[in-house]
Write a protein that binds this ligand. Structure first.
Ligand SMILES: [Zn+2]
Length: 275
């Protein structure tokens, strides 16, 4: 079985659903974040109830108001467990972001935040006050890869050359998204791309052919409403790509290992060469 580091997972109770699936698919380590309203059953019920009002301000505000506590809860569950590296959701609209120095990865969630005219200024302030070296940015579903937004994002990335940015998802609502993602990868060597919701094996090959293969990180987004069949497809998407075995290994774990090593996040170190 191939060894995998999954750069994008969410923890919701019961947590054995996540850990069982990790064992089944050879996922040895996960970058894990919360599940919108937190991990408890009560919160999930509230979550289901609010799904219908997904775009409503009440929904957004409920999450943003509680973001700090939600992160702390989920971090408490995985802290000290070497299978997990915690990524804290942060927002310029949250009064109490959860960014203890032990947490080295933060994730920005523009789909919940709403990207209005002042959003990038707020992000600039937020990241200036956030020392974490790795920043994931949600992309897709109308966020961050439109040409207008990408121009603002480029200005932002120019200010933070010392951080590593991971564009979450390879989702392509339009051709423009693919073009702009490639633009970001071409312009900044500190930009990586996580592969969940990618357009297919041909797209993976295209990115490898363009020389971005050492900055692709396998991610499943398990179990953010999409369950095991989705995870399986995301693995197949890379297995089926017309690229070499070593290029696949790089996407499944080599690139993530390198990135985590850079920030002392890869301990105990996963054994290599037995896949
Ligand atoms: Zn996600």
């Amino acid at each position: 079985m191939r060894k995998i580091i999954d750069f994008h997972q969410h923890l919701a109770e019961p947590s054995y659903i996540l850990t069982n699936v990790m064992v089944r698919y050879g996922i040895e380590r996960s970058i894990v974040m919360p599940y919108e309203l937190g991990s408890s059953k009560a919160n999930q019920l509230l979550h289901e109830e609010m799904l219908n009002k997904r775009k409503s301000l009440t929904y957004m505000n409920t999450i943003l108001k509680r973001l700090g506590d939600i992160n702390e809860d989920v971090h408490d569950i995985v802290d000290g467990d070497s299978r997990f590296v915690y990524a804290s959701w942060i927002s310029p609209h949250c009064k109490k972001n959860y960014v203890p120095s032990s947490v080295k990865i933060v994730k920005i969630i523009p789909v919940l935040d709403h990207v209005e005219w002042s959003y990038f200024h707020k992000l600039y302030d937020l990241l200036s006050n956030t020392p974490q070296p790795i920043v994931m940015i949600h992309t897709g579903w109308g966020a961050m890869l439109d040409t207008d937004q990408v121009s603002s994002l480029i200005m932002l990335l120019n200010h933070f050359k010392d951080k590593t940015f991971v564009l979450a998802h390879m989702k392509e609502d339009t051709d423009e998204y693919n073009m702009n993602r490639k633009r970001l990868l071409g312009k900044f060597e500190n930009v990586y791309c996580e592969t969940s919701y990618g357009a297919g094996p041909h797209r993976i090959k295209q990115y490898v052919d363009l020389g971005f293969g050492d900055r692709l990180l396998f991610g499943s987004d398990f179990r953010f409403r999409y369950h095991e069949p989705t995870l399986k497809w995301f693995i197949h998407m890379i297995e089926l790509a017309d690229i070499s075995e070593s290029e696949k290994d790089a996407i499944f774990h080599g690139n993530a290992t390198r990135l985590l090593d850079m920030h002392d996040l890869n301990y105990p170190r996963l054994k290599s060469g037995d896949s």
